[in-house]
Design a protein around this ligand. Structure first.
Ligand SMILES: N[C@@H](CCC(=O)N[C@@H](CS)C(=O)NCC(=O)O)C(=O)O
Length: 230
């Protein structure tokens, strides 16, 4: 087994799909968490000023979360990124990415307002807070059901099980999808209704199925998130 260290902040976000893939593979890894106050000092020492980082067998530092996810799926597991389903896994990853990207303006406007054409500190103003609330509630009401419908389409092809049809086990696409879907249900994103997945019961069942896999169940004591889903 390779010796793996994954370095990220003490949150789920970009590292969590990789952590889930490692956990599902049964691959041990060092789960290094950087406290936000320590980031300022570490940032200039990283290749691109960002996390996550990964080292394999004490080799050179690697960057790019999606490369890490694919590498773990291909190297640490026989089932998470199967060679005969490469296209299907990539297609499902793309569907999940479209959903995540669509939410980014509403999600990150408070953290990086300038990237979205607003002045620094915008998210802390009353106007900014109203804007964030409007963007997030509108996205959840108008956009999310559309993306959940796309996931449902993939699940239907798979008999309701996983995002890639014809497999008895989840893939890295499921790790990627569930982290994002679960993030909406946990009350961590202001103004997002934690019951928002309920518009699509098939997707709720899917997230529950994933969270009931033994290694995931052990990890997520809060199930898919809000108490209503337990
Ligand atoms: N394409 C990179 C993006 C990495 C990235 O943007 N990381 C963010 C956290 S998700 C970060 O390190 N932000 C802190 C900063 O930029 O100072 C990846 O997927 O790994």
């Amino acid at each position: 087994m390779p010796k793996i260290k994954l370095t990220y902040f003490g949150i789920e976000a970009a590292a969590e799909p990789i952590r889930l893939a490692l956990v599902l593979s049964g691959q041990e890894f060092e789960d290094e968490r950087i406290a936000f106050p320590d980031w300022k000092e570490l940032k200039p020492k990283t290749p691109y000023g960002s996390l996550p980082l990964m080292t394999i067998d004490d080799g050179p530092v690697k960057t790019q979360s999606m490369a890490m996810l694919r590498w773990v799926g291909a190297t640490c597991s026989d089932t998470l990124y199967p060679r005969d389903k490469l296209y299907d896994v990539e297609e499902a990853l793309g569907v999940v990415d479209d959903m995540k990207k669509s939410f980014e303006p509403a999600m990150y406007i408070n953290m990086m307002p300038q990237s979205f054409g607003y002045p620094e500190g915008f998210g802390k103003t009353d106007e900014g807070k109203e804007k964030i609330k409007k963007l997030r509630t509108e996205w959840v009401e108008k956009e999310l059901p559309k993306f959940l419908g796309r996931l449902e389409g993939l699940l239907d092809k798979s008999g309701g099980k996983w995002l890639v049809a014809g497999l008895d086990n989840p893939t890295i696409a499921d790790c990627h999808a569930v982290v994002f879907l679960r993030s909406l249900t946990r009350g961590h994103v202001d103004y997002v209704n934690t019951q928002c997945l309920e518009v699509n019961p098939k997707v709720v069942s899917y997230v529950k199925r994933f969270c009931n896999l033994a290694p995931i169940k052990e990890r997520y004591q809060d199930g898919i998130g809000s108490p209503a889903y337990k």
